[in-house]
Design a protein around this ligand. Structure first.
Ligand code: GFB
Length: 310
């Protein structure tokens, strides 16, 4: 990828895409092709075909997706499956047709079977049943991996895939119904502090273990992989460290300075009991994350995501 290369970042307004754009700009890449979803509907085959024939990007970061937390995945099941399949199929196929030099597809750690051995190794893909709440999203992301693998095998396309762990950072979604746990808890604790509420409600039992990575670490990994990796196998991207949801709630409460109590709403799903990435493959390639969970959360809080006084 040269500084003048034409690079399409699909999903540049989302948390992941916007972080990749910041990284590319910081590295001096100036020829970025960006389209909002109202300008280009990636679910629409004809629009994507016309866009690729008009723009002919040389490199593609495929960060566009319909995403959400545990509840959104479980409620909007058809949308998560259909929209993600369409986006991936259209962008990956047109990247093949228009001879894109390299494409990076972004998946998710939920592609792994619910009870796969932990830490999750890349070889565990398709070795068991998926977690029920996010099966549609996971199936779509597995299809994306397989598109990249098989366009490489059949046509020699340099398409690679990265599987990030649970992410947080700037431009996250703070809607309590559809968000992931970190933005949800940041919002709940910040608002509880401002309103002097006695307690904060955390979904589930608090027992599930999750691994979290700041999205700017992921953008660094994507940039690294785009330069240094061209293999058929996808690559896990994570920190290799996990925390229980209960401990996460305690940490976020401490960081925002909230002194009340925490209640658990066990009518809400826990989801998969544990989701920790084995990151040996990417470590072996020479990349590692640098933002600790506490430092990353402090960064997000300082950015005042809810535009509050805290
Ligand atoms: O982040 P989250 O929605 O995603 O939930 P998953 C993680 C854990 O936090 C679950 C608990 O055990 C939730 O029950 N939790 C506690 C909360 N309080 C809250 C809250 O207020 N909001 C939310 N959202 N969770 C998603 C998948 O799974 O992870 C996606 O559904 C994707 O497909 C994404 O893979 C990265 O880690 O459970």
């Amino acid at each position: 990828m040269e500084k003048q290369s034409k690079i399409f970042v699909a999903g540049h307004r989302g948390m992941v895409g916007s972080s990749i754009v910041r990284k590319l700009k910081a590295e001096g890449y100036t020829n970025l092709v960006l389209r909002s979803s109202s300008e280009l509907d990636l679910r629409d085959q004809a629009q994507v075909r016309n866009f690729f024939s008009a723009e002919k990007p040389e490199y593609v970061f495929l960060a566009a997706a319909k995403v959400g937390g545990i509840l959104a995945n479980n409620i909007y099941r058809a949308d998560f499956l259909y929209e993600n399949l369409m986006i991936e199929s259209n962008v990956i196929h047109q990247s093949y047709v228009h001879k894109v030099k390299k494409l990076l597809f972004l998946g998710s750690s939920c592609i792994y079977p619910k009870l796969a051995p932990q830490p999750l190794e890349e070889k565990s893909l398709l070795s068991g049943y998926l977690e029920e709440t996010n099966e549609p999203y996971a199936i779509a992301k597995i299809a994306g991996i397989k598109l990249c693998e098989n366009y490489r095998r059949q046509y020699g396309c340099d398409f690679i895939s990265a599987m990030p762990t649970n992410l947080y950072g700037p431009n996250d979604n703070y809607d309590l119904q559809t968000s992931h746990v970190i933005p949800a808890l940041l919002r709940k604790f910040i608002e509880a502090k401002e309103n002097n509420s006695k307690s904060v409600v955390v979904w589930g039992t608090g027992a599930p273990l999750r691994e979290f990575m700041h999205v700017d670490d992921l953008a660094e990994a994507c940039f690294f992989l785009m330069h240094h990796y061209s293999e058929n196998e996808f690559v896990n991207v994570g920190t290799g460290k996990e925390i229980s949801i209960k401990d996460l709630a305690v940490l976020i409460g401490k960081l925002v300075g909230y002194n009340g109590t925490v209640e658990f709403d066990t009518t809400k799903p826990d989801g998969t009991p544990r989701k920790l990435m084995n990151v040996n493959r990417i470590l072996g390639l020479g990349w590692k994350p640098v933002i600790s969970l506490e430092a990353g959360l402090k960064r997000v809080i300082e950015e005042k995501p809810l535009k509050t006084s805290i």
